[in-house]
Design a protein around this ligand. Sequence first.
Ligand code: NAG
Ligand code: NAG
Ligand code: NAG
Length: 290
Amino acid sequence: MKKISAVVLLSVFGCTLVATEVLQSYSDFHLNLVKRSADVPSPRIINGAEAEDGQFPYVVFLTLYVNKTVYGWCSGVLVTPEFVLTVAHCVDINDNYNPYIGIYIEAGSVVRGTPRQSTSLTYSNVFVHQNYSAETLENDIALLKTSEFDCTTPYVQYVKTAPSDWDISKYISNSYTIAGFGTIDNIRTYSDVLRYADLSVIDTSKCQEDYDGLLTFPNNTLCAQDFVEPISAACFFDSGDPLISHYYKHDVIIALNIFVYPGHCDQYAQGFIHLAPYYDWIQNTISDNA
Ligand SMILES: *[C@@H]1O[C@H](CO)[C@@H](O)[C@H](O)[C@H]1NC(C)=O
Ligand SMILES: *[C@@H]1O[C@H](CO)[C@@H](O)[C@H](O)[C@H]1NC(C)=O
Ligand SMILES: *[C@@H]1O[C@H](CO)[C@@H](O)[C@H](O)[C@H]1NC(C)=O
């Protein structure tokens, strides 16, 4: 437990810098909310390239509110016309605040603020994994039920997630694409445009060594990192960014970003939740709540 609180302090500090600058006009109360949501360093993409319109038609941009005040931004992916998959720590911040959460979802544009389709929802349409833990980050996954998106256009599409039998060991050393709207440096420079980069999956136990004393990885952590200069990396506010396999020309989402190394996004691997172990949870949650 001591180890974990050290992480929280460090990451809160890292993210408070971001929050203070972006949300400087908000009251301390709202900064607290930002700190809470930032207990996990929320990562954006450093380097990489700007996405073309329609290149990642399933990526959506989430703006998170409590009582109409913004507390953060995250990404998600459309897994059916009705359901968005994201990470739990973006949408499950505190039992006392959850009833007041509002989520605005932008789809179909690589420029944030100019969605081709958008929708809003409240906490009653948020389905957080039953065994999610904000302390350990176990099962950091959630589904959002939306009014249906029109997925008959090339700009808004849904995507498959890794099937149950895909194993992390098979991904090691292979390169996958991450896409997101996060910061383009280790501090707080924001991109208004969706960016993407290629990262290599590395052995989770090696990656855990880099984070020793900072974070004990939850089960199903997948690590990915760029080794080719200029180094690309997920950074602040990239939480929920998909890691994409171009499997026989069909994109499949293998993982979602959950953490980065505070203040050194591009020097260490970034952490993801591997989706294959959650394939059944995703399918069952969708069919139970459709
Ligand atoms: C949100 O608004 C409700 C209703 O006005 C209020 O009871 C609640 O305390 C507010 N919550 C937060 C976290 O601001
Ligand atoms: C949550 O954990 C309990 C106890 O380990 C287990 O029985 C249950 O199946 C888990 N729920 C999900 C959705 O994985
Ligand atoms: C993590 O996975 C191991 C091995 O499958 C399991 O025994 C353990 O209960 C899991 N831990 C949590 C917190 O779910």
